[in-house]
Design a protein around this ligand. Structure first.
Ligand SMILES: Nc1ncnc2c1ncn2[C@@H]1O[C@H](COP(=O)(O)OP(=O)(O)OP(=O)(O)O)[C@@H](O)[C@H]1O
Length: 366
């Protein structure tokens, strides 16, 4: 059963279309990440499904309640924990007073456990709270009546890394207990740790809904291989290679930054090759093919070094966020890295499985 069901939701603020035909379902028991850049429309969707504003058109139900049916929604809200973006509290109240008020309306069966977990200075006036303390008070308030569904607008904003980890662990624990989450965020690398699926919104429209596992699989691996050969880009023929960058270096291998990383010992082939002026090439690419095929392909080379890593998810994310640039890799992290006559050739082979769009460059963090 869907905990949240949104169909054709459109919301206009005057001339601004903040949500445009948004359709998505959040299944009971899943953690769903709602991602998008600033101004994409995340808060608009969240405020609409919470019943704080009416859609211009379209429908939504939350825990079976139609968001246009105020009576049904009031009952549903008893089972929802809500954290707004930048939670606002009465500055003159203490944290305890805020929680007491919330308890009188919805209950507080988990207050003590949550206060221990998130360490909020509840006896202090909120005007003296730091940003992170306000956020933690908002989290305690959202969870303390033990709701079935959590709707949270950027729950980790303002939290330090330790508290973020506490929050993520808690989300996993609550999911295991059957809770459902709808979390918004800007940062894919953050929500991937806890989410089952993600929906990406841009300019008010949903551009992707996929499982995190699927996105990871489509992201492929980031491969960097150094071989004792002069390789031209057009020589590289292997299915599943994307955003290929080739750097050829005539000799001077021992001076290159990777030379010490791959175990090139004294008197090794590599140093011998260097001494004889043999050319080397460093290839970097995103790889979505099978490892067997990669190993077979590399068997045709004298491989000096090989790194295979998970492709940074932020690269995938940027393709959805930013359609200004086409999928051409600048190779900026490779070009000019070595000494000697370095030449870099870079291209996308055009068979990228991801949507057309930007490639943020290797290892780029959004
Ligand atoms: N009350 C409002 N009146 C007019 N325009 C609004 C209002 N609320 C939001 N907007 C506009 O609607 C669009 C979507 O805003 P929204 O707050 O939903 O985005 P968001 O994805 O939550 O952004 P952020 O990540 O920056 O919080 C933006 O262009 C915003 O300026």
């Amino acid at each position: 059963m869907s905990a949240i069901s949104i169909a054709g939701l459109t919301k206009d603020y005057g001339d601004v279309r903040a949500n445009d035909d948004v359709t998505l379902d959040v299944e009971s028991g899943e953690v769903f990440g709602y991602l998008g850049p600033n101004g994409a429309g995340k808060t608009t969707t969240i405020r609409t499904i919470m019943g704080f504003q009416s859609p211009t058109s379209g429908t939504a139900t939350v825990l079976g309640a139609d968001v246009d049916d105020e009576g049904a929604l009031v009952d549903a809200r008893e089972r929802i924990g809500y954290l707004p973006a930048n939670p606002a509290f009465d500055d003159e109240a203490t944290g305890r007073e805020v929680l007491d008020l919330h308890a009188s309306v919805k209950g507080d069966s988990r207050r003590e456990e949550l206060l221990e977990l998130f360490e909020v200075p509840v006896d202090r006036e909120i005007r003296g709270y730091s940003t992170g303390q306000r956020q933690k008070l908002g989290l305690v308030q959202a969870f303390m009546h033990d709701p079935d569904l959590l709707v949270m607008d950027e729950p980790t904003a303002g939290l330090d890394p330790l508290v973020q980890r506490t929050f993520n662990d808690f989300v996993r624990q609550e999911k295991a207990a059957g809770k459902t989450f709808f979390l918004s965020s800007h940062v894919l690398s953050e929500v991937r740790r806890v989410c089952d699926r993600i929906g990406i919104i841009r300019d008010g429209r949903i551009v992707e809904v996929a499982s995190v596992a699927d996105v990871l699989q489509r992201a492929g691996k980031y491969v960097r291989v150094r071989v004792a050969a002069d390789v031209a880009r057009e020589d590289v023929s292997l299915d599943g290679v994307h955003e290929l960058t080739v750097q050829s270096v005539d000799g001077g291998y021992a001076d290159l930054p990777m030379a010490t990383a791959g175990g090139a010992g004294e008197g090794s082939d590599e140093r011998d090759a260097d001494a004889t002026g043999t050319a080397f090439a460093e290839l970097t690419f995103t790889y979505t093919g099978s490892f067997d095929a990669l190993v077979d392909y590399l068997d045709g080379f004298h491989v000096l070094e090989l790194d295979v890593e998970e492709a940074p998810l932020e690269r995938v994310f940027m393709r959805f966020y930013d359609d200004e640039t086409v999928g051409v890799d600048t190779g900026a992290d490779v070009a000019g890295a070595g000494t000697g006559d370095a030449r870099t050739e870079s291209t996308d082979r055009g068979d990228d499985p991801m949507p057309a769009g930007a490639d943020a460059g290797h290892g780029g963090d959004a």
